[in-house]
Design a protein around this ligand. Structure first.
Ligand SMILES: *[C@@H]1O[C@H](CO)[C@@H](O)[C@H](O)[C@H]1NC(C)=O
Ligand SMILES: *[C@@H]1O[C@H](CO)[C@@H](O)[C@H](O)[C@H]1NC(C)=O
Ligand SMILES: *[C@@H]1O[C@H](CO)[C@@H](O)[C@H](O)[C@H]1NC(C)=O
Ligand SMILES: *[C@@H]1O[C@H](CO)[C@@H](O)[C@H](O)[C@H]1NC(C)=O
Length: 568
């Protein structure tokens, strides 16, 4: 009697093993702010990116790969959820574009289902190394409601926030510079008023009790003091490394982070080579301030900016080498992309991004340069090598693609905007699964792309676009980042329509009195109405009180406010 169940168990175990072995591993590389014009295999002739180029040579290069937003937090939220960021409340509003501090209550809502969460349920070991920028806590210092480990990851090592100038002590502060200036201005104004009142009281020009003066002085001093402290300690508050739930380095040591990330990624792969595993390598490169180790400094033809890109490529190569050494290359789907286009308003002309033939860049809503990014998929034996696909695809497509390969189920209680890419990239289908794509700048719909299959044409309409400053330039140099609404945008009436298939640089809008224009616009308007009808109001995660520094939420190694440690 005992033999039979034992036999069954053995059979069952083998079957489970068999299924597990057939599931591929996933290694997904995401660069930060890397433009489509900045790597060799996408046409850059002067920067050396042999490792990323090798991925393209061994796999499929996607030349029409579109990010769901032109800025970090919303684009990454869409990547993780396969949904437009408006659906999860991860779009900005009214000047708030991304999460501004580690200690804010906004972040990827706990009720969103990320693809790592689903893969984990399918037996995957899941890890993410590097930048997160999707929030940390909701209501108290250590509730970790937005932390990677509460969004389906088994392992996390990295910078939960994003690289900012403040992470390098020698640079001027970056976040909310305008706000800080305003604060200082009002602070000084207040101080002058206070001193004037006190002097007037002293020389008996006014009769007002000292009590009233003290009360008048107390609250604003507290308020200014609170904000001032937040700015002065930005380096401690935002730039730190975590391993799982533990802060290991606060503030982080910028010179050693690249090597730490490589070591973490390669040891994750080696540890989990039995598979199946998911590893996301979310680079801090090539965000400002372009922190680059000595080995790469001064080596490229494009200053510190180019050095940083070449270091990013080297890091990619080190991790690819581990995939090779562990013999995992043929059962690993490897992906490379960037969260959005390059930043054009850089520190100076040398450190300026480049988005190839595409107009615009980071933070510019619908302009092609802000959202068309490099996309590469490699899986030897399953995907063809050295193949170029020009059909429209989205970063959100990774969501259903990897869930399906991992034999998981896509949530049915909500809309998923990404599409399974396997038929297209395997060459079974020749056309993209996408018809329309909606391009938001924060919560404003700036542009729409329509792939009209019958004429094999990709159309794009712009309703709103940024007003460049200074006028005549091609970026928002004055404000360092373009705005999405208000006086700093242009409303196009009638909207500008482009045939992207013959005008990828968006230079020649189609005359609005042509019959084609009317026809196309009618079709697009209908799709916009349907899309709008599919949206439901959700809490705005990046807005106002969800995005203001709150000391109660500050991640801290030690006893707040004395946060500092070096455990690495
Ligand atoms: C390569 O990228 C750099 C850095 O963005 C850029 O300045 C340069 O113009 C690009 N070169 C070519 C040939 O595309
Ligand atoms: C991987 O697959 C390719 C193509 O099918 C084959 O040529 C190669 O030898 C395989 N490599 C390994 C390490 O199994
Ligand atoms: C758009 O441009 C493409 C590429 O030149 C062309 O083949 C197509 O006919 C154009 N579409 C229309 C409807 O004019
Ligand atoms: C998550 O919760 C918010 C309210 O807290 C709700 O508006 C939203 O629809 C929920 N999202 C999902 C996918 O269930």
């Amino acid at each position: 009697m005992a033999i039979f169940p034992a036999f069954l168990l053995l059979f069952w175990t083998c079957t489970i093993r068999g299924i597990t072995a057939s599931k591929p591993n996933f290694v997904l590389f995401m660069a930060d702010d890397l433009g489509i014009g900045e790597i060799g295999c996408f046409g850059n002739k002067t920067l050396r990116t042999p490792n990323i180029d090798r991925l393209a040579a061994e796999g499929v290069k996607l030349t029409h790969h579109i990010a769901a937003a032109a800025i970090c937090t919303p684009s990454r939220a869409a990547f993780m959820t396969g949904r437009y960021p408006v659906r999860s409340g991860m779009t900005g509003h009214d000047g708030y574009a991304v999460l501004m501090w580690n200690a804010v209550s906004g972040g990827l809502p706990p009720n969103e289902t990320t693809f790592p969460k689903i893969l984990k349920e399918q037996g995957y070991t899941t890890g993410i190394i590097g930048k997160w920028h999707l929030g940390m806590n909701c209501g108290s210092r250590n509730d970790f409601c937005h932390h990677p480990l509460n969004h389906g990851f088994d392992y996390y090592f990295g910078l939960p926030f994003t690289l900012i100038n403040d992470c390098d002590d020698s640079l001027p502060t970056e976040i909310h510079i305008a706000f800080k200036k305003k604060l200082l201005f009002y602070g000084q104004l207040f101080a002058v008023a206070l001193v004037t009142i006190m002097v007037c009281k002293q020389i008996r020009l006014i009769t007002i009790s000292w009590k009233v003066i003290v009360i008048f002085a107390f609250l604003p001093i507290l308020f200014f003091g609170y904000w001032y402290v937040a700015y002065e300690f930005m380096n401690y508050w935002n730039c730190f490394l975590m391993r799982n739930f533990e802060i290991t380095e606060q503030p982080l040591d910028p010179d050693t982070t690249a090597v730490k990330m490589i070591n973490e990624a390669t040891s994750f792969i080696s540890r989990n080579k039995q598979g199946p595993f998911l590893l996301i390598v979310s680079f801090l490169h090539i965000h400002t301030p372009y922190i680059t180790t000595k080995r790469f400094r001064g080596k490229s033809k494009h200053g510190l900016y180019g050095d940083n890109i070449e270091e990013l490529d080297w890091m990619t190569g080190e991790i690819l080498a581990t995939i090779d050494q562990e013999g995992l290359v043929n059962n690993t789907l490897t992906y490379f992309t960037s969260d959005h286009g390059a930043y054009l308003e850089g520190l100076n002309t040398v450190n300026k991004g480049f988005n190839g033939i595409y107009r615009g860049g980071k933070g510019m809503g619908g302009l092609e340069g802000g959202i068309r990014v490099p996309g590469i998929l490699r899986w030897p034996g399953v995907l063809p090598a050295n193949t170029v696909i020009d059909e429209p695809t989205s970063l959100m497509d990774i969501y259903p693609t990897v869930i399906k390969l991992g034999e998981g189920k896509i949530p049915e209680d909500r809309i998923t905007d990404g599409k399974d890419l396997m038929p297209l990239v395997q060459g079974l289908d020749s056309t993209s699964p996408h018809d329309f794509m909606f391009h938001y700048c924060s919560d404003q719909l700036h542009a729409v792309r329509w792939y009209q299959k019958s004429s094999h044409t990709v159309w794009k309409v712009h309703y709103i676009s940024p007003k460049f400053s200074p006028e005549g330039s091609s970026a928002c140099f004055r404000s360092k980042l373009c705005s999405c609404s208000g006086d700093l945008v242009l409303h196009h009436v009638p909207p500008l329509l482009y045939n992207l298939s013959n005008d990828p640089s968006e230079k020649m809008p189609i005359a609005s009195d042509l019959a084609t224009y009317q026809e196309m616009m009618e079709e697009i308007e209908r799709a916009v109405a349907n899309h709008r009808a599919s949206l439901h109001p959700v809490p705005l995660q990046l807005y106002k009180f969800n995005n203001l520094w709150d000391p109660r939420l500050q991640s801290c190694c030690g006893i707040f406010p004395f946060c500092s440690c070096r455990k690495e």
